[in-house]
Design a binder for this molecule. Structure first.
Ligand SMILES: NC(=O)c1ccc[n+]([C@@H]2O[C@H](COP(=O)([O-])OP(=O)(O)OC[C@H]3O[C@@H](n4cnc5c(N)ncnc54)[C@H](OP(=O)(O)O)[C@@H]3O)[C@@H](O)[C@H]2O)c1
Length: 243
């Protein structure tokens, strides 16, 4: 059984990625979430409706013991399953000006993105290298490429994702494992629902926020065989915001 694991697959962009991979590939979809079980179940129903199989794996990507325990339990129960695709999508924001930022808001955002990437990806790395094939896609952000005022923590977290994508890509390329990142601008989801859309689209040449499905289409391409010669890239998907 070949599998694609999507962290934060319960809502928003992650849920759209689960659906799109179910439509476009034969992968068994592993849908991770942290706390919103009903949303994870709704994603699984959409995967099944697309004619594919999947299952839900609950863990906090930022908690290394929890990740290792959940993934070890799953791998032990499915000894022949091979995770060929990892989409590191789970992420949070805790916005605020740096001068007022609490240590908690700084470290939680970085922990979820950066340690979340490490905890999940590192668990599968040796197996993926032995398998001599893999696709890793990380969710970065325009904030991690150009930096965004009011999001120093998130910009730092996503900037780290940009750098580790390039570093890991070089380590594993010889084994047919590609590592890329997508860097969305403003995409409609719970994360952006409180933003002033009418004001912010003035920054976007395409003049609208993007849809989660548009990001999912890009991720689906990057995890496909068609994208074999693309690695270490950070692909902007932002409606033309210069970054
Ligand atoms: N929306 C945008 O405009 C935008 C732009 C650039 C980049 N991004 C990035 O794209 C990714 C998805 O964003 P989104 O807009 O879809 O966000 P969202 O609607 O807020 O959804 C976040 C998802 O991540 C999960 N999650 C959060 N913390 C987690 C943790 N510690 N462990 C496991 N799962 C966790 C949530 O699970 P629960 O449902 O269980 O809470 C949920 O499924 C993020 O990395 C974000 O930074 C988004």
């Amino acid at each position: 059984m070949k599998c694609a694991l999507v962290t934060g697959g319960s809502r928003g962009i992650g849920s759209a990625i689960c659906q799109k991979l179910a439509e476009d590939s034969d992968y068994h979809i592993l849908i991770n979430y942290q706390s919103n079980q009903s949303a994870a179940e709704a994603t699984l129903q959409k995967v099944i409706a697309a004619g594919n199989t999947g299952e839900i794996l609950q863990f906090n990507v930022g908690n290394s013991e929890e990740v290792t325990a959940a993934l070890t339990k799953w791998q032990d129960a499915n000894p022949n399953a091979i995770v060929e695709v990892i989409v590191n999508n789970a992420g949070i924001t805790k916005d605020g000006l740096f001068m007022w930022m609490s240590h908690d808001d700084w470290s939680q955002v970085i922990n979820t993105s950066v340690n979340g990437f490490f905890n999940v990806t590192n668990f599968f790395m040796q197996k993926m290298l032995r398998n001599k094939y893999g696709r890793i896609v990380n969710l970065a952000s325009v904030s991690g490429v150009k930096g965004t005022a009011g999001q120093a923590n998130y910009s730092a977290a996503k900037g780290a994702i940009v750098a580790v994508t390039k570093a890991l890509a070089q380590e594993v390329a010889k084994r047919n494992i590609t590592v890329n990142a997508v860097a969305p601008g403003f995409i409609k989801s719970d994360m952006t629902s409180d933003l002033d859309e009418a004001e912010l689209i003035k920054l976007v040449p395409v003049n609208r926020f993007g849809e989660a499905e548009e990001v999912a289409d890009l991720v689906s391409f990057l995890v496909s065989r068609k994208a074999s010669y693309i690695t270490g890239e950070i692909i902007n998907i932002n409606g033309g915001i210069y970054s």
